[in-house]
Design a protein around this ligand. Structure first.
Ligand SMILES: [Zn+2]
Ligand SMILES: [Zn+2]
Length: 272
């Protein structure tokens, strides 16, 4: 069936590599039909002093032009201009206009920060080892994720890697099932999509985001789902997309939902 990837990062982010054109060529070689570029929306120096986590604001227009040029030059592929936008809760310190948000075909909503601490940054992961930390971090992560997902006033089309807190393999002592139900309800309430993010299999958690039990809750709540590889280099542009489709099918999904460049969604039967 059609291969779709709605989540990848280029060298415009300090921690990823590859040009837009290199990604498109790799995607073409892999037979991808829809590719969304979703580099990290600029953070302020308070969060990203070295321009490592996000695209520098001064590069955003070049990033946009680069994606638009690729779209013109490769009409056989649907190419989306998107961003991955951090939800910072009450630590939000950026200003952006509605017009700027509207310029994106796709906005991924992500929780990478718990009370201004980037919990999934390998360079800052020490806090996870403090006594009682996994329980406290997971609780707070769940609250922030649900707040981000449920608030329809925020421009998040897709909530990415829904259980990212498991990335380093730290799990809470409590049962996650009630939180999974709350997350599915929050996503449904906010009218969000979610993604199966296949990169999780390559971290300590050793499975895609979200866990099968959470994906099952999303399916049961009728939350549409897409697939992203979260590639940080062109060679991973198509990594495990079919495995992502299989996870969706096992969780109860009958179709994949794909955002389009016109701001709509289309569905593809999960025929695998
Ligand atoms: Zn992310
Ligand atoms: Zn990402």
């Amino acid at each position: 069936m059609e291969l779709v990837n709605t989540h990848c990062h280029t060298g415009y982010c300090g921690h990823a590599e590859g040009s837009v054109e290199e990604y498109v060529r790799a995607a073409e070689a892999a037979g991808i039909s829809t590719l969304a570029f979703t580099d990290h929306f600029p953070l302020t120096p308070a969060f990203d002093p070295d321009d490592y986590l996000s695209v520098p604001r001064s590069s955003m227009e070049v990033y946009r032009q680069d994606v638009m040029r690729a779209r013109e030059e490769h009409p056989e592929m649907e190419i989306l201009f998107g961003v991955e936008m951090d939800y910072l809760g009450h630590h939000e310190d950026r200003t952006f206009s509605q017009a700027e948000l509207d310029s994106f075909d796709l906005v991924l909503g992500s929780v990478h920060f718990v009370d201004a601490w980037p919990f999934d940054d390998p360079a800052q992961r020490g806090r996870w080892d403090e006594p009682g930390a996994p329980d406290a971090i997971w609780r707070r992560y769940g609250e922030l994720w649900c707040a981000a997902a449920a608030d329809a006033a925020l421009r998040f089309d897709v909530m990415s890697h829904p259980d990212l807190a498991k990335k380093f393999g730290y799990l809470p002592s409590f049962n996650l099932q009630p939180l999974y139900g709350q997350m599915a309800e929050a996503a449904r309430e906010g009218g969000r999509m979610v993604e199966v993010n296949t990169s999780g299999a390559y971290y300590a958690c050793a499975e895609a985001f979200p866990a099968p039990a959470l994906l099952h809750e999303f399916a049961r709540a009728g939350v549409p789902c897409t697939v992203g590889t979260d590639a940080h280099a062109p060679e991973n542009v198509a990594r495990d997309i079919l495995a992502g489709y299989r996870l969706m099918k096992e969780a109860g999904y009958r179709s994949l939902t794909v955002p389009t460049s016109s701001g709509d969604r289309r569905t593809i039967a999960l025929d695998i």
